[in-house]
Design a protein around this ligand. Structure first.
Ligand code: NAD
Length: 341
């Protein structure tokens, strides 16, 4: 049987995790990074399976398509990297979030890949983790009804860099994309990846059909990790940074005595607390993602709308307007590129 091959572009903090997954599944992996230390690490980790290059151009000069190419460099380079590889016949891609830095590219790139007969997977890891199914299962077991809202509040976590994961999780849990967004954002020059990249604080508010909401507030002057809450009519879920999920419900007799939604009460009775990161098979989201890739299975919803909806918040903030989603390109310059990663 022919050797299975993979390409990794960008072997930084997340690229290293991609490589560890790839080493379990592929026979030969080419790693591209401008940083020699990153390449040395890859060789130590993967031994004979690894070949390296210090530029994508060097790989493109003598190119045979790989079974999959993983794009894990910075956000603004994702789509140009995909397109350069596609021009040489590469079909299948795993791409880090954010998929693209413009709405136009977020709209176009999936169809470009599919038109060439390829597949696209985006590493919006929570989608592939045990969290969405786990949260919905626990909610169903406790007859909580529909999830009504998701809120995230915390320090310097960046609405684009980390907020996108929560937006995506909310979208998956609500089972539909948002219908509008308002936002009030500012960026300071503190992105640890590079000073050229933005780091957004402020607030984003997404509305979903049926009055459901996702809101996120991050503060660039605070170094406190975020609180993540899920709201049902009479219950509250909390997700801890390690993936622990706690569910607390309100006192039933209190609700019977005062049934109006405006007679709020603390949800204090903890009925569930477990770690939900892993899938029922005990896999992380990234392992589950790569097993899908190796099996050549497409995902029904890749999450390209999340890429677009996140960028819509940046436009909404700049315009000072509520934007209906997906955005109308007559109202918004969808070709504008944002410095996010
Ligand atoms: N899904 C997740 O949970 C998750 C977590 C972290 C990062 N990310 C995303 O992954 C991407 C990379 O983030 P990171 O934290 O690994 O950044 P990083 O700065 O640690 O790594 C980026 C790597 O790309 C390399 N690089 C830069 N320009 C290059 C070029 N022209 N050719 C080849 N290599 C180049 C750098 O040398 C570096 O090793 C970002 O888009 C980020 O948002 C996703």
């Amino acid at each position: 049987m022919a050797n299975s091959t993979a390409l990794l572009v960008g072997c930084g903090s997340i690229g290293k995790k991609h490589l560890q997954e790839m080493l379990n599944l592929f026979d030969a992996i080419t790693v591209v990074d401008i940083n020699e230390e990153a390449l040395a690490w890859a060789k130590t980790e993967g031994g004979e399976k690894i070949s390296t290059a210090t530029s994508l151009e060097a790989v493109l000069a003598n190119f045979t398509p790989f079974d999959v190419a993983t794009v894990a460099n910075w956000g603004p380079d994702h789509v140009p990297t995909i397109r350069a590889l596609q021009s040489k016949g590469q079909k299948n891609f795993v791409v880090e979030k954010p998929l693209s830095d413009s709405i136009a590219d977020a709209r176009d790139i999936l169809s470009e890949v599919e038109r060439a007969g390829g597949k696209l997977w985006i590493n919006l890891t929570r989608r592939f983790s045990g969290l969405p199914d786990g949260i919905m299962r626990v909610a169903a077991e406790h007859n909580l009804g529909e999830l009504k809202g998701v809120t995230v509040t915390g320090g310097a976590r960046c609405i684009a860099t980390n907020g996108i994961h929560y937006l995506d999780l909310a979208t998956v849990l609500f089972g539909a994309s948002p219908i509008s967004v308002t936002a009030d954002l500012e960026s300071q020059n503190i992105n640890p990846r590079h000073e050229s990249l933005a780091f957004y604080e402020g607030s984003v508010n997404y509305n979903y059909a049926g009055g459901k909401r996702f809101s996120c507030v991050f503060l660039n002057q605070s170094a406190v990790t975020e609180n993540v809450r899920f709201y049902w009519r009479d219950a509250e879920g909390e997700m801890m940074p390690n993936g622990d999920f706690a569910l607390r419900i309100r006192n039933k007799s209190e609700i019977e005595t005062y049934p109006a939604v405006t007679r709020t009460g603390y949800a204090q009775d903890q009925v569930f607390r477990e770690n939900l990161w892993l899938t029922p098979e005990g896999k992380t989201g990234m392992t589950a993602l790569y097993e899908t890739v190796k099996a050549g299975k497409s995902v029904g919803d890749t999450g390209t709308r999340t890429a677009e909806d996140l960028l819509a918040a940046l436009h909404a903030s700049e315009l000072g307007q509520r934007l209906n989603l997906p955005v109308d390109e007559k109202l918004v310059d969808i070709n504008r590129h944002w410095s996010i990663s």
